[in-house]
Design a protein around this ligand. Structure first.
Ligand SMILES: [Zn+2]
Length: 274
């Protein structure tokens, strides 16, 4: 069982796919069922067959495959999606197959089918439905302590939940919020308005670091995952608090706490994170 793909997995997946798709023409596009969480676009095969991929890009947890026809394929991996590169055989959950003119086969596999595939006119992608309301990228220049201070001002909601709000920051998931708050020594229960500018000056780099370290760990596995039957983008991570309820805090040895916030588990050290 794979973990749910988060931003670093999507980023790693795109970097892996890029080596097979960038500057390549798509020789064949084969949907193997009607769709995933929603139907595939009716014109998917027509729009992509023969198109040349000019660039790949990530926005939040969406992968964007830009083509020379001003058409962009937008995919989301949902709960269980992954791309398989040059698989030995096509299996039950390979729902969309892309074949390149160089002969590579890329299979979008999604057992639970919570993922999605859409076509968007390339110039319009930033304002396309699910992407339009997203906040700044956590690894981009717009996520600053001052920006977060403005968004958190007057908010009584717990900082943990505010950081998961995709309109405040795009693409941050539960694991990374827990780990970033631990590194920044901020309780996940603290109201947003009680998080100070000095706190945020620790939090922003903590967010960048936890994501960057995971992307680097994933990147180091691309060579292995790109073997036949390989899967891109998943890797074992070494979390300090996530999944460690009751274990000693790495910094102070107090037991890591766990509680439910907004239906998700929060893990933190009550001693280190006031
Ligand atoms: Zn501690």
């Amino acid at each position: 069982m794979h973990p749910m793909p988060e931003l670093p997995e999507v980023e790693t997946t795109l970097r892996g796919l890029s080596g097979y798709l960038t500057d390549q023409r798509l020789a064949r596009v084969t949907p193997r069922r009607e769709g995933l969480r929603r139907p595939f676009p009716a014109d998917l095969v027509q729009a992509l067959t023969g198109a040349r991929v000019i660039a790949l890009e990530r926005r939040a947890k969406y992968g964007l495959i830009h083509t020379d026809r001003d058409s962009t394929m937008v995919f989301h991996l949902g709960m269980s999606g992954r791309w398989r590169i040059d698989p030995d055989s096509i299996e039950k959950h390979d729902h969309l197959i892309l074949e390149t003119e160089a002969g590579h086969v890329l299979a979008l596999n999604d057992a639970r089918r919570f993922g999605s595939v859409d076509l968007v006119p390339t110039p319009d992608w930033p304002t396309w439905g699910p992407l339009a309301a997203l906040g700044p990228e956590p690894l981009g220049p717009d996520l600053t302590p001052a920006y977060l201070a403005a968004r958190l001002a007057g908010r009584g909601t717990a900082i943990k939940l505010l950081l998961l709000d995709q309109t405040i920051i795009a693409g941050l998931g539960n694991i990374y919020v827990c780990e970033a708050l631990y590194r920044a020594r901020i309780s996940p229960l603290r109201p947003g308005s009680a998080v100070t500018l000095p706190d945020l000056a620790r939090l922003v780099p903590a967010i960048v670091d936890v994501l960057s370290e995971s992307i680097a760990a994933g990147g180091s596995t691309i060579r292995d995952y790109a073997q036949p039957n390989g899967e891109l983008g998943y890797f074992a991570a070494n979390w300090q608090v996530y999944g460690h309820a009751g274990d000693p805090c790495p910094a102070c040895a107090a037991p890591i706490a766990r509680s439910a916030q907004g239906g998700r588990s929060s893990f933190w050290c009550p001693a280190c994170q006031p």
